[in-house]
Design a binder for this molecule. Sequence first.
Ligand SMILES: [Zn+2]
Length: 183
Amino acid sequence: MSKCPGQNTQYWGFDSIFEVRCPKCGNPIEFFRDEVRRRCKVCGEIVFNDRMDLGCAKWCPAAASCIGAENFKAMELSEKTKSRREDLHLLLDQVPPEEEKTRKLFKTLYSEYYGEDRLFDKNRLYTIKEEDPPLFDSAIRAFQSFLAEKESIAKREEAAAARTRDILSGRLFGKSHLPKNGS
Ligand SMILES: [Zn+2]
C-alpha cells in the first residue's frame, strides 16, 4: 500500500487548534485539524481550513489500513468531545478579534485539560488573576458572554422542542381548538 500524502502523524493524539484568517475580513477563525470549513461570524464568509491534514482519512476507503486501525478509531470523536469543541468555538467567538492573548489563553487551557467533562480547569484561569489582571478581566468577560450565549441557545432549543411537542400532540392544529361539548 502506498503512503497517503495527506497524513501527518506528528499532530495525532493532540486536539490541536489552528487559526485561519478570514480571507474577506481578516477575522481570526479557529479550526480543529480535521474540520473542513466554518462560517466567519463577522462577515458570513465560508472559510476553509487550509491546514487540514487528515481529511483524506475520513473518506478514503483505504484509511483503516493506511493509517492503522488504531489511529482510524481514534479519529472518531465522542459526543462529549464534539460538544466540548463546540463550546470552545462558541467561547472563542465571544473574544473580540483584537484580544488575541485571551484567545491564546483559552486554547491553552482547553488543550491542557485532558478530560471531556468540561472545557477547562477554572482554577487554572484564576491563577492568572494576579499575574495578568487585564488578561483575566478579558477572559472573564468572554466567559460570561459565553455562559449567557449557552443559556440563550438552550432556551431557544427548549422552545423549539416545546413547539414540536405541541404540534405532535395536536394542541395547535388538533381537536383542542374546537369548543368542547357542553361549553
Ligand atoms: Zn470574515
